[in-house]
Write a protein that binds this ligand. Structure first.
Ligand code: ATP
Length: 455
């Protein structure tokens, strides 16, 4: 007997995917253990999220691909892992203490707080049961940095900030890293880490959170090459998002208008993704000029300029920044992957169509019956040396396939009663639901080819 049948083939899946409803995604993420509210048993805490067993694999895959591409595969970028709390002067130099704020208003009736630039999106006043709109105070600036105190005793303590972006340490560490890693410009410093912003209105699931991760890279170059490198990194970062499987028609570059640019920036372009709620930024590529190094030189008194060995020219390097939101990109991957498909027999199935590079679980091992579980466990143990594998021997095989479809597992390996004799297993592919009979001996090579091949 071959592995369990799997309903009927998909009905013209090429017909194009409808955008997913956010509610459906949020509940699937919680039910399957991708992402759910932090401190859920206490009712959650607004703007903070936990990644479950599948979510952490998804996020780690994304971070590993970024690190591989941005650091390991290049000789001109090196990585660091800097502390979250920096010397408070850092945030004076960067301008965050004075300028990192959003205009906020309070409603005098319901007492809720809103971003003054987002009032168009809010509904009727919650205290008035839809009868009237809120009655707002005048806008006030609200600094988004989260503060903490350092030091054991109250009088000796010092106010510090949880970093609102990971990049500032890449500037403050510039000299040390350049010298210790023996780098010459043009070169970059990369980092992945947590950042914190006391967002006034966290919303759209993880899109705007108060704690999130960034994957940032600062590329230092000669002033005469800034345009060239900006264009290079713009194209390279767009390509990255295509390579992790985001649909080309849901991703675009959006150059900033002049009035959107930070005062020190010469150019900026966002990588925007078409979320169910809107086109929104998942990454920014910015030409920051010499603003950051010059400010840190001024505030620290340490010279961060460099001297060209040949021409003896002394200059402060220009900086091109690439700044990806890890959580926003994970959210884009989830939104893009989720699909509801109607099969020929009228049944529907939910499929997460992750690219195999990103899929949290690469292979599921499913013995047709618990009685032959022991042999299947051996296959499971072999595959685990290579990939993240899920073992499931409970219940009807069709339902087990559906569960794997829902979490985006590209391949299911079914060990059945014939496997004992012919030493073969059935490999079922997620998207087409096609099944192949594959010798157990060649299974690792077969899966490697299909998971890691260029397709
Ligand atoms: P936005 O305008 O949406 O607040 P931003 O322009 O302030 O974003 P940057 O400061 O350029 O964002 O940060 C770089 C990246 O960090 C963003 O592209 C985004 O992916 C991510 N990011 C920024 N703020 C948040 C947040 N509150 N929650 C999740 N990710 C964030």
């Amino acid at each position: 007997m071959a592995a369990g049948s799997d309903s009927t083939a998909p009905e013209a899946s090429e017909q194009g995917r409808a955008p997913v409803a956010m509610e459906k995604l949020v509940s699937l993420c919680a039910a399957r253990g991708f992402i759910f509210a932090s401190s859920e048993i206490y009712g959650g805490i607004n703007g903070f999220w936990d990644y479950g067993p599948l979510g952490v694999e998804l996020k780690n895959n994304l971070k590993a691909l970024w690190w591989q591409r941005m650091v390991r595969e290049r000789s001109d970028v090196v990585g660091v892992d800097a502390s979250i709390v920096a010397h408070p002067r850092t945030w004076e130099a960067s301008g965050h203490v004075d300028n990192f704020s959003d205009p906020m208003v309070d409603c005098r009736i319901c007492k809720k707080r809103f971003r003054a630039d987002q009032l168009d999106d809010i509904g009727p006043c919650s205290a008035q049961k839809g009868k009237a709109e809120c009655d707002f105070t005048e806008p006030r600036n609200f600094n988004l940095m989260l503060q903490t105190q350092i030091g054991a005793s109250a009088d000796a303590s010092q106010t510090a900030y949880l970093r609102p972006e990971t990049c500032q340490s890449l500037f403050t560490d510039f000299k040390r890293v350049r010298e210790s890693a023996r780098q010459k410009i043009p070169f970059g410093i990369a980092q992945i880490g947590k950042a914190f912003r006391n967002e006034i209105t966290p919303r759209n699931f993880t899109f705007r959170s108060r704690e999130f991760e960034q994957a940032e890279m600062e590329f230092f170059c000669h002033p005469s090459e800034r345009e060239k490198w900006f264009e290079y990194w713009r194209a390279e970062r767009l390509q990255f998002h295509l390579d992790i499987g985001l649909s080309p028609d849901r991703i675009q570059n959006r150059p900033h208008d002049d009035d959107e640019l930070a005062h020190y920036a010469k150019a900026a372009v966002d990588v925007d993704f078409h979320f169910p709620f809107d086109w929104q930024e998942i990454e920014g590529v910015h030409d920051r000029g010499d603003w950051d190094l010059s400010r840190h030189t001024e505030y620290s008194g340490k010279d961060l300029s460099i001297t060209d060995e040949q021409t003896k020219e002394k200059f402060t390097p220009m900086v091109i920044e690439t700044s990806m939101g890890v959580d926003r990109t994970c959210l884009a991957l989830l939104c893009d992957a989720l699909d509801e498909e109607t099969l020929e027999d009228g049944e529907s199935r939910t499929v997460m169509r992750f690219h195999p590079r990103i899929a949290p679980v690469k292979v599921a091992v499913l013995p047709l019956s618990k009685k032959i579980g022991e042999a299947a466990r051996e296959i499971d143990a072999t595959l685990r040396k290579h990939w993240n594998v899920f073992y499931d021997e409970a219940g009807n095989i069709g339902r087990r396939y559906r569960r794997q479809d829902e979490i985006g597992t590209p391949f299911c390996v079914t060990y059945d009663f014939e496997s004992e004799d012919d030493k073969k297993v059935t490999v079922r592919e997620r998207d087409t639901m096609n099944q192949d009979r594959v010798p157990i001996e060649g299974l690792v090579d077969y899966l490697r080819d299909r998971l890691e091949g260029d397709s």
